[in-house]
Design a protein around this ligand. Structure first.
Ligand SMILES: C[S@@+](CC[C@H](N)C(=O)[O-])C[C@H]1O[C@@H](n2cnc3c(N)ncnc32)[C@H](O)[C@@H]1O
Length: 257
């Protein structure tokens, strides 16, 4: 789903070296990044996806705004809140939200047909613990999510950007991971999965280098119960790729690196 694209940095904010994803700027703010981890393609939206997108997004969509949201007000209850970044067609997102009714999920994707598909899955399901944001997840995390507020963040099969010259477009970068860690509540988790071994090694190095996170496993984690097999994973397995899960937790006070 990926190709090269370039976007401009937000004026007045620092950008990372060599077009990296967000880095903490002086004063604790996070910069915008000049390079995005996705390419927006039109994609083919089926009539059903379009119909459900039109009818469901006013109900379960959260419009992007540069203002911090209050999940308690949005979901009408106090519950752990988990963010999913880049949900693709949303099948995993839907399955997880159904299997974990006591947790609220904010699922983020830029790809219209995927958003339409998740809307279609939710329509008529009675699911109440899921909201969708159709926007760049890095900006959503930076602008809409309060510090130390999330119970978890899911990043499943992010685009691996295979070519070396595109590695800077990978969403898992030190600045992005620092931003995720800052938004996690103490004890909250970051769960990543990939079927691309070289990206898995990259993720392990980047996550391990973030001092406020600790690995819950020695290297790779077993696939947690809550993550069902995804379309990408099944394809990866068919191609003979191993799948790696990484499960890190935000350190709590007294839990030092
Ligand atoms: C390879 S797909 C994996 C989809 C899904 N997680 C799965 O396992 O099937 C990666 C997805 O991440 C989305 N994506 C990449 N960068 C994103 C960003 N910054 N914000 C929102 N979505 C993003 C892409 O549009 C794409 O749908």
């Amino acid at each position: 789903m990926s190709e090269t694209t370039q976007s401009t940095a937000v004026q007045g904010e620092a950008s990372g070296p060599d077009g990296e994803l967000p880095v903490p700027a002086p004063g604790g703010r996070f910069s915008s990044r000049p390079i995005r981890s996705f390419v927006l393609r039109q994609g083919r939206m089926s009539p059903a996806q379009q119909r459900h997108l039109d009818t469901m997004m006013p109900k379960i969509g959260l419009p992007y705004r540069p203002a911090v949201i209050d999940p308690e007000a949005i979901f009408g209850r106090r519950a752990p809140c988990v963010l999913e970044i880049g949900f693709g067609m949303g099948d995993t997102t839907f399955a997880i939200a159904q299997a974990r009714p006591d947790t609220d999920f904010i699922a983020i994707e830029v790809h219209g047909p995927g958003v339409g598909n998740l809307c279609k899955l939710v329509a008529g399901s009675g699911l109440t613990n899921l909201r969708i944001v159709q926007h760049d997840a890095v900006e959503v995390l930076r602008d809409m999510i309060a510090p130390a507020s999330l119970a978890g963040v899911h990043v499943y099969f992010p685009d691996p950007w295979h070519k070396k010259r595109h590695h800077k477009r990978r969403i898992i970068q030190p600045g992005f991971v620092a931003l995720v860690a800052e938004r996690l509540a103490p004890g909250g988790y970051l769960h990543c999965a990939t079927d691309w071994q070289e990206y898995a090694d990259w993720m392990l190095a980047v996550l391990s280098a973030e001092p406020s996170l600790r690995n819950t496993a020695e290297g790779w984690a077993p696939r947690p119960d809550w993550r069902p097999l995804t379309k990408f994973e099944n394809r990866g397995l068919r191609l003979g790729h191993g799948v790696r899960d990484l499960l890190f937790r935000k350190r709590e006070s007294g839990d030092r690196a």
